[in-house]
Design a protein around this ligand. Structure first.
Ligand code: ZN
Length: 249
């Protein structure tokens, strides 16, 4: 709890990142969460890892050890053989209990508009996994508007636009969420005034907060806590919406 609000951090990473050299363990994450007052977090693999099965196993072990604190996500290079992609996703759901699917177009250039990418969205739909799509850096495939196409092709899918397109493309994220009720927005990397602009168009029942990195935790959650909005809005963003999307609660 922080300022009387339960906190759900919907965007964190554990494992070892090949591209940045970062390394966080589940224990590091728990220390960071406890230090700030975060109840739950979504653990996501880094987009570039030495061994995706080992990265998923590490997250599966964290979820098994701390089911009250963590929800786990899958992240897989979409250009491994398609059957291998589908099989690893199934293993993550059935054996490890992971419950979301991340796409990181900056390192995984999947074209969301093309029906050639349907296998990705079909995999999420088959296992009822909300999709967390990184948006912003990594243009063109990370443009928020591109996710309108799969959101319409897969109306049962839930697509969360990670980072809300960033400050440069936040208006696209607003447009995408305005025309598709199954598009949600995760607000990390926006300035507080951008968040207020999002709130003018998208209900808090489709918004959530995330830190991405422990170093950004107090900034990202603090900016929501400090917004000049009703407590019910903050509670929806910080807890109720992610709880429904990722835990079905
Ligand atoms: Zn991230």
């Amino acid at each position: 709890m922080r300022n009387g609000f339960p906190i759900y951090d919907t965007h964190t990473h554990i494992g070892r990142a090949r591209h940045s050299g970062m390394r966080f363990t589940a224990e590091d994450m728990l220390r960071s969460m406890d230090g700030y007052g975060v109840e739950r977090a979504v653990l996501i693999p880094y987009p570039v890892v030495e061994d995706h099965r080992a990265a998923h196993d590490e997250i599966g072990a964290a979820v098994a050890a701390h089911p009250d604190r963590f929800t786990g996500a899958i992240c897989l290079n979409p250009f491994i053989p398609e059957q291998e992609f589908r099989d690893e996703a199934a293993r993550c759901v059935e054996k490890l209990g992971l419950r979301a699917l991340k796409l990181q177009p900056q390192y995984q250039p999947l074209n969301p508009v093309s029906p050639r990418s349907d296998f990705f969205f079909e995999t999420a739909a088959r296992h009822r996994l909300p999709i967390i799509a990184h948006t912003g850096s990594g243009v063109p495939f990370s443009l928020p508007s591109l996710f309108i196409a799969p959101a319409r092709r897969f109306p049962e899918a839930t697509i969360v636009l990670g980072h809300a397109g960033g400050p440069t493309y936040a208006l696209e994220a607003i447009v995408a969420a305005s025309v598709c009720e199954n598009i949600y927005i995760e607000l990390s990397s926006l300035m507080p005034h951008h968040v207020l602009e999002v709130l003018a168009h998208v209900p808090p029942t489709r918004l959530m907060a995330g830190s991405d990195l422990p170093a950004s935790l107090s900034t990202e959650i603090g900016k929501i806590l400090d917004l000049p909005v009703e407590d019910t809005v903050k509670r929806a963003i910080l807890w109720e919406t992610p709880r429904r999307v990722f835990d079905g609660a």
